[in-house]
Design a protein around this ligand. Structure first.
Ligand code: PMP
Length: 316
């Protein structure tokens, strides 16, 4: 990210400071060994133009703290204080459009040993304006990556650990160099895991299928939301191992994630998925979710934290 694309203020070393002053030492442990964890959270500008609707803020904060636990961090934070920090930062930045939050916990000590214990831990947060991460107006062209998803016994995917994203970066580069938008990674068992930065669903004979949380995937919050919406719509869903060949035979396939939102897949390894047109099940679930993201859904209102960022216009 370049400087002028971020919003003005960041949270750094316990206070809100200008983003340009939120800088770390080149000796920082996390920079050398990938000993950090992060979250990616979206805030959508409400139809009233005065409110930011943050999607599942406390669920993201909880996952961040679980990742911190994997990294044996001691932080003076709870789900509530992480959430409050982000709400305060949102007020200070007063965004005028949709935003993305990037909270990061990291091993801040200047220390040469690759270890987890005995190091100082810090929380930092910055924000940037953000529209689509994948172009959701069209189908995605995807390849199955030749890179294997890191396994739970190497770097657990269920933690959103910074170092593990080298694995994602290998897959993303490979996809783009093959003219594709993204990659699907298989795990060490050869089963489907996830996209480079998103979870994956397929539909076969009307059944929604996604790999289980024991399949070397991130326990995605959008994934969980998709499963909830599917249950509410009466769409049967299974969490089970998916073979590579099932991808090619699927009636539908789509990515989901905070960045990706709901992005349907048109081709995998050059093979057309279903009819190669916007798929109906993904469409139905996506319509509910996009309403929920923007705070327009009564049913999923509890997923939204509303932050007032401007005074309401005076009544006429
Ligand atoms: N898998 C990976 C590897 C990711 O980076 C992301 C994005 N956070 C996801 C899945 C989707 O997770 P979520 O819905 O919580 O954003």
């Amino acid at each position: 990210m370049v400087f002028d694309t971020t919003l003005e203020f960041a949270y750094f070393r316990g206070e809100i400071v200008p983003f340009s002053e939120a800088n770390i030492s080149i000796g920082t442990h996390a920079l050398h060994y990938g000993t950090g964890a992060f979250a990616g959270i979206r805030g959508y500008l409400d139809d009233d133009g005065e409110t930011i609707n943050i999607f599942r803020l406390r669920d993201h904060a909880a996952r961040l703290l679980r990742s911190a636990k994997l990294l044996r961090m001691t932080l003076p934070h709870s789900v509530e204080t992480v959430a409050e920090t982000m709400i305060e930062l949102t007020r200070r930045n007063a965004p005028t459009g949709d935003v993305y939050f990037r909270p990061l916990v990291y091993k801040a000590s200047v220390q040469l040993t690759p270890r987890l214990l005995g190091l100082d831990d810090e929380l930092a947060v910055f924000m940037l304006p953000m529209g689509d991460y994948l172009d959701t107006t069209r189908g995605q062209k995807v390849i199955v990556s030749s890179w294997t998803r890191v396994s739970d016994n190497a770097i657990p995917s269920r933690g959103k650990l910074t170092g593990a994203y080298i694995n994602s970066a290998f897959a993303k580069d490979e996809a783009e160099e093959h003219g594709a938008d993204d990659a699907i990674m298989l795990n060490e068992m050869g089963k489907v895991a996830e996209g480079s930065a998103c979870n994956l669903f397929i539909v076969r004979d009307g059944v929604l299928i996604t790999p289980p949380v024991t399949g070397d995937i991130l326990e995605g919050i959008t994934r969980r939301s998709v499963l909830t919406v599917a249950a509410d719509l009466g769409i049967p869903a299974e969490q089970r191992a998916i073979d590579r060949s099932e991808l090619y035979l699927a009636d539908e396939a789509f990515f989901c994630g905070t960045g990706a939102q709901i992005a349907w897949i048109e081709t995998i390894d050059g093979r057309t998925i279903g009819e190669g047109t916007p798929p109906p099940v993904a469409g139905k679930i996506g319509a509910e979710l996009f309403d929920a993201f923007r705070g327009r859904s009564g049913r999923y209102g509890e997923w939204i934290t509303k932050v007032a960022v401007r005074e309401p216009a005076p009544a006429r």
